[in-house]
Write a protein that binds this ligand. Structure first.
Ligand SMILES: Cc1ncc(COP(=O)(O)O)c(C=O)c1O
Length: 437
């Protein structure tokens, strides 16, 4: 009997034994292609020798210091590097341990910014249906992920939300396409309805990850959102926990739309699976308000700015940039997109293929002509993932509770042969699924 609580009680999962590059082996010796880099985390693949060397070196120097007593060189180096790489004036960095904490910290910094400016009524946030920002109660309050909200709903804040900007399932405008960006304008309406004097910020995933599967907003969406936020004096928070650090073909996905947010949450690919680490990039406007006010950042965790985590993250960022992985993701975007798109011809269950850089989503439908989803009780996402696993492929679930979807997001340094194998295994697994549903 296991004493460890698993996602599904009673489910027997294989035991992971070792991993190298894009490949993972279980204790029974079965090999899997890591087609989603775990939970879109392992951007440099497993067992990267330079990251392991950095980890060992820092472990031999100092692994812990509380940030109220000491600063540390790896955290300073990481913050400096992130500030250099981030666009605009996003040049202050706050380090935490998970994506959820990064979102919480971004929200807290936004609230503190308004409070320091003597505008405490600005305390509401607007997010989107079909979104995921984390599992802590604040981040979950901003998340339109019905399954993850279940059971804790009574403790969540009732923040307003607008529709997801889905080109496949446009809910905002009956006339879309052609796109009139009414999905972005929904934020304008929501801010007016809540009252701009009461709204602190808007939070979006640049590409929706876990709630729908790599849903890419239409061109112009993020620029329009920036204009709307500026018009109403509302902060724009980009949750780049999944999309950041090169995953979407630029260091930050928001750079693909020339959009500079006021706050950015990073996680996942920042530590690339070697250590738990996440962070917030804060724009000058946010930090200046705090500096001119109390001069204190009223948030912190025992493990914030941990030197071991920062040393690893700083090495991950250096390798990502040195090896040109964001540019590579951008170069391979049409290659991977075309190879996955070709699967639409041979698989009637595949409704849509979309993505950006090395983050792709596959949506599965019962009827492609009408885009009708399978009844969720049929658990088609779960069955497809099981078919993938049986074929030696790991992908990540991205059902929004109504539609079936999975995420494809291999390590950014996967070879072109490995990407071809990834597509071949998806093809085979779709065939398996078709005989099963
Ligand atoms: C966009 C986004 N934000 C936040 C989170 C939460 O990150 P964590 O699971 O590290 O707390 C996730 C996790 O999937 C995510 O995809």
């Amino acid at each position: 009997m296991s004493h460890l609580l698993k996602p599904r009680l009673g489910e027997t999962l294989p035991t992971v034994a070792r991993a190298q590059g894009c490949w993972v082996w279980d204790a029974a010796g079965r090999r899997y292609l890591d087609g989603s880099a775990g939970a879109v985390v392992v951007s440099l693949g497993h067992g990267h020798p330079e990251v392991l060397a950095a980890l060992r070196e820092q472990a031999g120097l100092v692994t812990y210091a509380v940030r109220a007593q000491f600063t540390n060189e790896p955290a300073e180096r990481l913050a400096r590097r992130l500030a250099e790489l981030a666009p605009g004036d996003l040049d202050s960095v706050y380090l935490v341990n998970s994506g959820s904490e990064a979102v919480e910290a971004a929200v807290r910094l936004a609230l503190q910014h308004w409070s320091e400016l003597g505008r405490p009524s600005k305390r509401r946030f607007i997010s989107r249906h079909g979104s995921y920002h984390g599992t802590t109660l604040g981040a979950l309050s901003l998340s339109g992920h019905p399954v993850r909200r279940r059971h804790v709903e009574p403790l969540l804040h009732p923040f307003p939300a607008v529709p997801q900007p889905s080109r496949y399932r446009c809910a905002a405008s009956p006339a879309c396409p052609p796109c009139d960006l009414s999905c972005a304008d929904a934020f304008d309406a929501a801010i007016r309805a809540a009252g701009p004097d009461d709204v602190a910020g808007v939070i979006v995933e640049p590409v929706v990850g876990a709630t729908g599967g790599a849903v890419v907003a239409p061109p112009g969406y993020h620029q329009r959102l920036r204009e709307i936020c500026d018009r109403h004096d509302v902060l724009l928070i980009a949750d780049e926990v999944m999309t950041g650090v090169g995953r979407c073909g630029a260091f930050l996905a928001m750079e693909r739309w020339d959009t500079v947010p006021d706050l950015v949450a990073l996680g996942k690919g920042l530590g690339a699976g070697y250590v738990p680490v996440a962070g917030v990039l804060a724009g000058r406007r946010v930090v200046d308000a705090i500096a001119a006010g109390s001069g204190q950042v009223f948030t912190g965790h025992t493990h914030s700015a941990n030197p071991l985590a920062a040393a690893v993250a700083s090495t991950v960022v250096d390798i990502t940039v040195r090896d040109g992985l964001p540019e590579r993701a951008r170069r391979l975007e049409p290659v991977l997109g075309a190879a996955l798109g070709d699967l639409l011809e041979s698989h009637r269950l595949l409704g849509d293929v979309r993505g950006l850089g090395m983050l792709w989503g596959l949506e599965l439908v019962e009827d492609r002509a009408t885009r009708r989803p399978f009844p969720r009780e049929r658990q088609v996402t779960e069955r497809f993932l099981a078919a993938c696993r049986a074929n030696g492929l790991l992908l990540y679930p991205a059902s929004d509770g109504v539609n079936d979807a999975v995420l494809v997001g291999p390590p950014l340094n996967a070879t072109e042969d490995e990407l071809a194998e990834l597509v071949r295994l998806i093809d085979a697994s779709l065939t398996t699924l078709e005989t099963d549903v």
